[in-house]
Design a protein around this ligand. Structure first.
Ligand code: CA
Length: 233
């Protein structure tokens, strides 16, 4: 029986990915001189900031960063992100959250982000939707176990009230996030809100791929029937 929806944050509840990609590019390319494109940060979306930074140093400079060094660079990225101004709530997301509530289902947030500026806005933009005990963030996930590892979603199931994977639906916009949802054994809806081709989400294993959160709001009952069909087969 369905009991909860587990929502990713960036690119699902907020149209924040263009700002994240810009902030990452500014810090890693303009300041630290790494070879990269903005698209790379869409492909890495879902991994923790520490992981993104550590991997780039290892791949391009052959250097292992200490957690303190990675954290310092991630703070710079956070400042660059904040300087770009607030991300707008994703169109359609409030309607999806309302429908989840109307169906008496628990709403859980599962993000790799440690961006306090965003987490603090949740209660203002989506009032009453996410209880603090129903939030999984970079503060919970140990470094090295961000998405695509199933840990964040397994922790989401736990925070939702020790649920089984078949009692939840994941909503994700990024390939690594979809992989994490599926690795946790959960029915995963991919919403392609960014610039990557739609196939990236189906190839990552999404059970269904939609073009926007508005499409999820509009086809909410259809998605619930699809979930039921999958879980009774
Ligand atoms: Ca995301």
């Amino acid at each position: 029986m369905l009991r909860a929806f587990l929502f990713d944050m960036d690119g699902v509840l907020y149209d924040s990915m263009p700002l994240h990609a810009e902030a990452w590019y500014h810090v890693m390319h303009d300041i630290y001189g790494f070879t990269c494109t903005r698209e790379l940060f869409y492909r890495e979306e879902g991994a923790t900031g520490d992981q993104v930074i550590t991997d780039m140093y290892l791949e391009q400079r052959g250097r292992h960063l200490t957690p303190e060094e990675a954290a310092a660079i991630y703070r710079e990225k956070g400042e660059a992100f904040k300087a770009l101004g607030p991300a707008r709530p994703m169109p359609g997301a409030a309607e999806v959250l309302r429908k989840v509530g109307e169906n008496s289902l628990t709403r859980v947030l599962v993000t790799g982000s440690g961006q306090l500026s965003m987490l603090n806005r949740l209660s203002r933009d989506y009032p009453g939707c996410f209880d603090v005990s129903h939030i999984v963030s970079a503060m919970d996930t140990p470094i090295g176990h961000g998405k695509p590892h199933p840990d964040p979603y397994l922790m989401g199931l736990k925070k939702a009230g020790n649920l089984l994977p078949e009692e939840a639906i994941v909503v994700e916009n990024a390939p690594l996030g979809v992989q994490a949802g599926k690795a946790a054994g959960i029915f995963t809806v991919g919403v392609n809100t960014g610039p990557l081709p739609k196939e990236c989400l189906s190839e990552a294993g999404a059970d269904v791929v939609l073009n926007s959160m508005q499409e999820l709001a509009d086809s909410f009952d259809k998605i619930l029937s699809l979930y039921l069909k999958r879980n009774t087969n």
